[in-house]
Design a protein around this ligand. Structure first.
Ligand code: TXA
Ligand code: MG
Length: 367
């Protein structure tokens, strides 16, 4: 059973004992879950192939899915990557510490299983003081995927980690809610031009502003989970998924609201025993609020459409919440794909596993 130890999220030096204990576990080859600014990570000594193997076992993660290496200083990158290009340096300077993972040529000290055998390695310097303190105290870079069972919703709290991995790891550092709430942006710098592999905490627009002369290719990878030849490891469609099936509604706000309302009315009529979760924005509530007192309906709003950072911060907690409330089906609205909204929309699309309903302004009346 995992111990959960509280750490001061802003001043980890005020809670030195848990950090020391976590660092000692990492050095001994064990796993530790810890907070980062994006989501909680499941960490192991990145130089220790056996320890890294334990990550895959604990998560039930296929060994074909590479993990990200976390460093605490820019200099540490030179021990993790075989080479660091000028563009990589520029982006590190602009966004580290922060929610940007760079794919670089893998250095010799990093065992192949970290990268699922690929010649590259994903590296990021997290901004969370606890993550930085842990890497520093351990004295080694820390390999860490999100601290959830494979294909489950990523954890943004120690409680989320506990639910998935409490039985299989020795320690969870509890630093409160993850402040960004979605995973890092992943940029592959090993090819001819940079490829955005995953939208995340650092908006593509911000990256493009730092390297305006370099064209970034956006890779859309919504491969079906059962597809045999996946375009790249770790890009399964069924990722970040709650237990309930999720239907994602996309289109103009008014049409989305009336489609959601019509779908909900129909579901309540035709399957009265089913528990339905609604994932909305604050602005949607007036159109759907008449279901507020229905015990079979759980309504969660992620905040205003004008504050996509807030919605990103709350997304995974909302999906975990709907899981805990045992809803059978989730109806969700999509969010504008600008800035961090691109990450929100990406995660919702993955959670929907292809069940995306495109609504038009006029069609909403025929639902
Ligand atoms: O914000 C984050 O990135 C969090 C925190 C803990 O840092 N970590 C995270 O890790 O989201 P994970 O394992 O859930 O997602 C990492 C993904 C992999 O699934 C894979 O798609 C990609 O990063 N990745 C890692 N190394 C790669 C490589 N060498 N080449 C291509 N993709 C890679
Ligand atoms: Mg993950």
């Amino acid at each position: 059973m995992a111990h959960i130890l509280h750490v001061d999220p802003l001043h980890p030096e005020r809670t030195p004992d848990p950090i020391r204990e976590a660092a000692a576990l990492i050095q001994s080859g064990a796993l530790v879950a810890f907070p980062t600014e994006t989501v909680y990570g499941l960490g192991a000594n990145a130089y220790d192939a056996v320890a890294v193997g334990r990550i895959f076992a604990a998560k039930k993660r296929p060994t074909s899915d590479p993990v990200i290496v976390h460093v605490s200083t820019p200099e540490q990158v030179d021990q993790v990557a075989a080479s660091v290009s000028p563009v990589a340096r520029q982006l590190m300077k602009a966004f580290w510490p922060g929610a940007l993972t760079l794919i670089l040529p893998r250095g010799e000290r990093i065992p192949p299983n970290v990268s699922a055998g690929l010649p590259s390695v994903g590296v990021r310097m997290p901004a969370h003081p606890v993550a930085l303190a842990l890497i520093q105290a351990a004295g080694v870079p820390i390999a860490a995927p999100s601290a959830n069972l494979f294909s489950h919703t990523s954890p943004t709290s120690a409680h989320h980690v506990w639910r998935d991995l409490g039985d299989s790891i020795p320690l969870i550092l509890d630093g409160g809610a993850a402040p960004i709430g979605v995973e890092s942006t992943i940029l592959d710098l090993t090819g001819e031009r940079p490829q955005l592999l995953r939208p995340g905490g650092v908006p593509l627009e911000a990256i493009q502003r730092i390297i305006p002369a370099v064209k970034i290719e956006v890779v859309e990878r919504y491969a079906a989970a059962d597809q045999e030849a996946l375009p790249a490891p770790g890009m399964l469609l069924r990722h970040y998924a709650p237990r309930a099936s999720l239907h994602l509604y996309e289109g103009p706000d008014r049409a989305v609201r009336s489609s959601l309302a019509a779908a909900l009315d129909r579901l309540r009529r035709e399957t009265p025993q089913a528990r339905i979760g609604l994932l909305l924005a604050d602005e949607d509530l007036p159109a759907l609020g008449h279901h507020t007192h229905d015990p079979q309906v759980v309504i969660l709003a992620l905040g205003s459409l004008h504050d996509l950072s807030e919605a990103a911060r709350r997304l995974y907690a909302a999906l975990h919440d709907l899981d805990e409330q045992q809803v059978d089906l989730i109806l969700a609205r999509s969010f504008p794909a600008v800035g961090i909204g691109a990450a929100l929309r990406d995660r919702l699309t993955r959670a929907a596993e292809g069940k995306v309903v495109q609504v038009q302004e006029s069609s909403s009346h025929h639902e």
